[in-house]
Design a protein around this ligand. Structure first.
Ligand code: 7TS
Length: 414
């Protein structure tokens, strides 16, 4: 086991000063925000970027022949380039603005899936998927007659890769997997699975909602075909996500939604689609959100993604160690060094809703429930759990406050 590091890799005091929302008290206690897996907070730089858009350059993009429209369009495209560089994609044609991870996955299931799947084909998911990376594939299977299979997990909460050779066959057309589990925190070996999937001719979609915000991402090293993530989980605005797709695949796919901006030519009864990426951006996009995401990316890049992951793992390790002080508590998922920054747990005989309610009275915000991963909870033998999820602004002291509040909760509920 690694030793908990008391020396943070990050200057959290300086970072926290950038987050106005963290300065408040809730229920008379300093806010300890540990619900970052659901959505993170925004630094003043991102809030300022949003208000700058509306005060200085807001207009629709790619439309008007006037100055504000070209300013908005330039900023919108500059953000696309910042995202390309952040995830190391080859081209901005591979970066599609969407409303979120869920939308991006549905786009692929509809556009790629309807065109490429037929009855008897197989879709391979994992037992640790968020419903966003399950239901679109179930709907696709209903439409096409394809069959869904799942990579099982081990009792330690990792993917059981020994099952992979038996599951991956020439029938497998797509593997849809999460890079990091939103419940277990497990960091999955994406590149390894992509390699094996490609060997049988399957494409791979990576749900990166919980990984892009927490670790450096290189879509080319992964060699993934599609990668979806959300801005609101990485200091960015809500209502915005990114779908990365390899250019050759996106080029061959039919548009998902029809409307303005996604066409090249139109007659009364036909159209030809626009080139990438416009083909997949029908209608007025989330303009201010997309522009402001660049400020979030600049912030994360300045801090350094390696430093962020290291910091989160220090917090997770400290939380793991201190959680052992609580009787009847079971941590879900593997050892801290195998996880991104979160810890979910179950306490024998106690309802997560009651635990989270008491933590809230102590100023500690956590999430409870099935976390949109019902099949995973069934595999774990429970119906719900409590989750503390960390980000760059959390501190070891906050982990201690969380543990003290949890002890209070167990005393009251015990
Ligand atoms: N995939 C994973 C792995 C997620 O954790 C989430 C959101 C999504 C997809 C969906 O993202 P959206 O932005 O489209 O909603 N996860 C959570 C969570 O764990 N708690 O609240 C939302």
């Amino acid at each position: 086991m690694l030793k908990p590091s008391s020396e943070s890799t990050l200057n959290t005091e300086q970072i926290r000063a950038d987050f106005p929302i963290l300065q408040q008290q809730v229920h008379g206690k300093p806010l300890v925000y540990l619900d970052n897996g659901a959505s993170t907070q925004r630094p003043i730089q991102v809030i300022q970027a949003i208000s700058d858009v509306y005060e200085q350059c807001y207009s629709n993009v790619h439309r008007g022949g006037h100055l504000l429209s070209s300013r908005s369009t330039d900023a919108y495209e500059a953000s696309r380039e910042a995202i390309r560089a952040f995830i190391q994609a080859k081209s901005t044609n591979e970066i599609i603005f969407t409303p979120g991870t869920t939308f991006g996955i549905n786009l692929v299931a509809r556009s790629w899936g309807d065109a490429c799947l037929k009855a008897g084909d197989e879709i391979l998911v994992t037992e640790m998927e968020h419903h966003s990376n399950l239901i679109p594939w179930q709907q696709l299977a209903q439409r096409t007659g394809a069959v869904i299979k799942a990579i099982p997990i081990t009792d330690e909460g990792q993917l059981d890769l020994s099952a992979l050779p038996g599951l991956l066959t020439e029938k497998t057309k797509i593997v849809a997997m999460t890079a990091v589990s939103n419940v277990l925190g497990t960091i999955n070996p994406v590149a390894k699975i992509v390699k094996q999937a490609h060997a049988v001719g399957a494409v791979v979609l990576v749900d990166a909602a919980q990984s892009v915000p927490h670790e450096a991402t290189n879509v080319q090293t992964w060699d993934a075909d599609f990668v979806a993530f959300s801005a609101h989980k990485m200091l960015g605005p809500s209502g915005l996500g990114i779908l990365y797709g390899k250019e050759s695949l996106l080029d061959a796919m039919p548009p998902f939604l029809g409307g303005g901006s996604m066409i090249n030519t139109v007659t009364i009864d036909s159209f030809t689609p626009a080139m990438l990426p416009a083909k997949f951006e029908a209608g007025t996009p989330p303009i201010a959100q997309a522009i402001a995401l660049k400020a979030a990316i600049d912030y994360l890049t300045d801090v350094g993604m390696e430093n962020i992951l290291q910091h989160e793992q220090n917090l997770t390790q400290h939380a793991h160690q201190r959680l052992t002080e609580i009787e009847g508590l079971r941590i879900l998922g593997p050892a801290p060094e195998l996880k991104a920054g979160l810890v979910s747990f179950d306490i024998k005989g106690m309802n997560p809703r009651d635990i989270a309610g008491i933590l809230d009275t102590q100023g500690v915000a956590v999430r409870e429930g099935h976390h949109c991963a019902i099949p995973l909870h069934q595999r774990l033998g429970i119906s719900s759990s409590t989750r503390a999820s960390f980000y760059l602004y959390n501190t070891l002291e906050e982990v201690d406050q969380f543990i003290e509040a949890l002890k209070k909760a167990t005393m009251l509920l015990g």
